[in-house]
Ligand binder design. Structure first.
Ligand code: F6R
Length: 606
């Protein structure tokens, strides 16, 4: 969470800092701020709320420094007020920070006793005063940061500038990502390469524990032990064009519509189109003797993992455990020999997922990850990276990353099935053919959004919405409920259809819409019985199916028709209506679809 940026430039940098922050706003948008070194002094502008408030503040009262740092915040310690907004500063030092300093209370007390005055409630301000204290004592900014870093406990990515030092910026990374950009007589710092895309494509990713001293002509990097190290620069793929909404009203709409294309790219990565077979990377483990697949992820990525469990257990006949990373990291379950641990993450930076990855590594599991950001921490710490080719996902609610994760998981299930001899070559070909038809079906599904616009009108009046699904479609019910609540703020819950009468049916009355994900897949008759139980209690039913509306045997609030397709591919197809229902309901209600309240795209704190 939180985005940080820094520029050692050749002209006043405040405009470029704000531009870079706009690309990082997906990481948090509670407040924003910048600081620059101007005539040897530190100047700062901050504003509560969205970046446009900061832009207005800067327009009224410009900053002219050529060296500066910026921050967009997702509040952890302290309310999202201007006082708590970054950069934090003393007279000599200004800091932007992503992460959590766990020992900030002890540091704060100690520094207060030494005469430092704190203005904010944040953990970050302790870093400012600690570095200032060391700077006062040592007289050298680099030595000051070197002395301060070992005193910090917790996770951080830091960008630091100093009064009187126009050609200096210090960066440090422990647990939170940080990238350095190389320009012509200019250097850049950012939470990711996307932020730096308009300025440079030559990027060096800092490793865990690194500290970097940036000057206009280059960077010196020190590893966790304080030794100088070389980290190679790579060409970043992040194009400045990629963070454009195109003709769409929201990034989320654009990303929903991109799915046919990005799912094709992801499938093409794992499937030999000519042969109609899966062409999967070597997982480096004896698959015939595979004891278990342990999947861990958070939020939407966790729901992708649940779908993966159904696929892998069915086609590869191997036991799969799926757990939310925040639970698994402290449960520390025993893990079997010759087990595969699989991590699913769009950002590749989710703190809990990364923590479980490290635990599984210690337990001798083979580590594979399905990630969208190839250069992320989770990717870099994995034995095998299974990339999703969704491209940058900017809307906070995950859409195309989810379906690309499903595409990779479906391919993985087939690859495991083939390696273990649990699917025949004919079945593999049949299922691959089904997968290759998915982009075409989705293109058809997103072509007409009118049914969703109409439905949005009804759903917007609801206080609670239930989603039901059975079998492999149960995770889609969970995903539908998550999508609706996160962007429309309507309370929604997903249930396994068979669980309805074990409790949730008590909620049903004429004011509760029930959205049923019910493809005709051999289980649909059982789901139809559940639908009738809802109808008998006055519930308003929205049926999402490839069948006819009258198959429900009751009156419907709406029927969303999904194309007939191979049942294997249903989770990919049924993801689209649940995304569009949430999107149109949120648009109708006028919420901030791309940046819903209280959320951030990349959850780098636990
Ligand atoms: C919901 C959503 C989140 C993420 C979760 C994991 O729409 O986007 O639930 O899926 O925070 O994030 P990643 O995939 O980056 O690990």
């Amino acid at each position: 969470m939180c985005g940080i940026v820094g520029i050692l430039g050749t002209h006043p940098v405040s405009g470029d800092l704000v531009d870079a922050l706009r690309r990082l706003e997906y990481r948090g948008y509670d407040s924003a701020g910048i600081a620059t070194v101007e005539n040897g002094h530190l100047g700062r502008r901050r504003a509560e709320g969205k970046l446009r408030n900061l832009e207005q503040r800067i327009a009224e009262d410009p900053l002219k420094g050529l060296t500066g740092i910026g921050h967009t915040r997702w509040a952890t310690h302290g309310k999202p007020t201007e006082t708590n907004a970054h950069p934090h500063m003393s007279e000599r030092v200004s800091v932007v920070h992503n992460g959590i300093i766990e020992n900030f209370r002890a540091l704060r007390e100690d520094l207060k006793a030494k005469g430092h005055v704190f203005d904010s409630d944040t953990d970050t301000e302790a870093v400012v005063h600690l570095i200032t204290e060391e700077f006062n004592r040592r007289g050298d900014p680099v030595a000051a940061v070197k002395a301060a870093l070992p005193q910090l406990e917790g996770a951080f990515a830091l960008g630091i500038i100093f009064a009187g030092h126009d050609d200096l910026m210090i960066a440090a990374r422990r647990g939170s990502p940080l990238a350095i950009g190389h320009g012509e007589d200019a250097m850049y710092l950012g939470s990711d390469a996307i932020a730096l895309a308009p300025f440079t494509s030559e990027i060096t990713y800092l490793e865990e524990g690194d500290m970097a001293v940036l000057r206009r002509l280059g960077a010196e990097i020190f590893d966790a032990a304080g030794q100088p190290v070389k980290r190679t620069a790579v060409k970043s793929q992040a194009s400045s064009l990629l963070v454009d909404k195109g003709n769409h009203r929201h990034f989320m709409a654009k990303e929903i519509h991109e799915q046919p294309e990005v799912i094709s790219h992801t499938l093409a990565h794992y499937i030999d189109m000519a042969e109609g077979k899966v062409n999967f990377p070597d997982l480096g483990i004896d698959l015939s003797a595979l004891s278990r697949v342990t999947i861990s992820a958070c939020g939407t990525a966790y729901y992708a993992g649940l779908v993966g469990k159904y696929w892998i257990e069915r086609y590869a006949r191997v036991a799969v455990e799926v757990d939310v990373a925040s639970e698994m990291r402290y449960r520390e379950p025993p893990l079997p020999e010759n087990g595969l641990a699989l991590f699913i993450s769009q950002s590749g930076e989710t703190a809990d997922t990364l923590a479980v990855l490290r635990y599984c590594k210690e337990q001798g599991q083979r580590i594979a990850s399905i990630v969208n950001v190839r250069t992320s921490s989770i990717a870099r710490e994995s034995d095998v990276v299974l990339q999703t080719l969704a491209g940058p996902e900017i809307g906070v609610a995950s859409t195309k990353a989810f379906t690309c994760q499903l595409a990779a998981l479906a391919s993985l299930a087939l690859a495991l099935g083939r390696a273990r001899g649990t699917i025949s070559a004919e079945l593999e070909q049949e299922l691959v053919k089904g997968l290759l038809e998915v982009p075409r079906h989705i293109a058809e599904m997103v072509a007409d959004e009118r049914p969703y616009e109409k439905l949005a009108h009804d759903l917007s009046k609801a206080r609670d919405v239930l989603y039901l699904g059975r079998g492999i479609n149960f995770p889609l019910a969970l995903e539908g409920a998550l999508k609706l609540k996160e962007i429309s703020y309507i309370h929604a819950e997903g249930y396994a259809a068979g669980e309805l009468k074990h409790g949730p049916i008590a909620l049903i009355d004429e004011n509760v819409p029930v959205i049923v994900v019910a493809p005709e897949d051999g289980l649909s008759e059982k789901t139809v019985s559940n639908v009738q139980e809802v109808a008998a209690r006055g519930g308003q039913i929205v049926l999402i199916s490839n069948g006819k509306p009258d198959a429900a045997g009751c009156e419907l609030l709406a029927h969303i028709k999904v194309p007939d397709a191979h049942a294997f591919t249903n989770p990919l197809l049924y993801a689209i209506p649940v995304q569009l229902i949430a999107y149109h309901t949120a648009v109708f209600m006028g919420t901030d679809v791309d940046q819903p309240r209280n959320l951030a795209k990349s959850v780098t704190v636990e």
